[in-house]
Design a protein around this ligand. Structure first.
Ligand SMILES: Cc1cc2nc3c(=O)[nH]c(=O)nc-3n(C[C@H](O)[C@H](O)[C@H](O)COP(=O)(O)O)c2cc1C
Length: 192
């Protein structure tokens, strides 16, 4: 497949449709090598990748459930338990974090965007290696208790939980919007 066709046919796979096997150690290194090729203003390298697999997924589920309960003290047991099993849907989760630095030339948003670009690189690299992936977030990414449980710094911003695995059934790339609906040419005539 031509590179441009590959990019146009990128798609996400629902986490529950991502089973074993996950990318192996060598493949994961390849995927993360793509992630650190993300555009990066000032070369700040404002990314961290937490690899969560095997029984650590259960611990992430416990953390998500307890933090959810703190955020929603009135939540039903069913809702809390739903949080606990979320990380078990796929064999591998990469939590992508923007490690934000105070820099006079590169503001916080640019560093978060760079971490977002790293997420996109992970999605593309996973698909290139034949794996499925999806970028998920939710309230957790703005919850300081999640940062603390993941041993992140206070200023770290989680930008996504990337779920990876092997597709349980072949997914066909979704129909995409008509690109021309989003394009405008900007070239104002100069006023004298
Ligand atoms: C920053 C970010 C966070 C997202 N968080 C969620 C999420 O929490 N839940 C969800 O169902 N989709 C989420 N999505 C959307 C999916 O990753 C995915 O793009 C969507 O299911 C559409 O599939 P597609 O990528 O094949 O178009 C998020 C996307 C981005 C960019």
């Amino acid at each position: 497949m031509h590179h441009i066709t590959f990019l146009q046919q990128r798609y996400s796979t629902a986490a529950k449709q991502l089973g074993e096997p996950a990318p192996n150690k060598a493949e994961l290194e390849q995927i993360l090598a793509a992630a650190v090729a993300a555009p990066d203003h000032g070369g700040l390298q404002p990314w961290r990748f937490l690899i969560i697999e095997k029984e650590a997924r259960q611990k992430l589920g416990d953390l998500m459930a307890s933090c959810y309960q703190k955020r929603h003290p009135q939540a039903t047991t069913e809702l809390v338990e739903r949080q606990r099993i979320k990380p078990l849907r796929s064999p591998l989760i990469i939590t992508v974090v923007a490690r934000i630095q105070n820099n006079p030339s590169v503001n916080k948003m640019e560093q978060i965007l760079s971490a977002g670009a790293a997420c996109q690189q992970i999605l593309l690299a996973s698909q290139a290696l034949g794996y499925g992936a999806i970028w998920l977030s939710g309230e957790s990414i703005f919850d300081w208790n999640i940062n603390e449980g993941l041993e992140l710094d206070f200023d770290d911003q989680i930008v996504g939980f990337l779920y990876l695995g092997t597709e349980s059934e072949k997914i066909t790339a979704p129909q995409r919007p008509t690109v021309t609906d989003f394009i405008q040419h900007w070239n104002p005539s100069s006023k004298s």
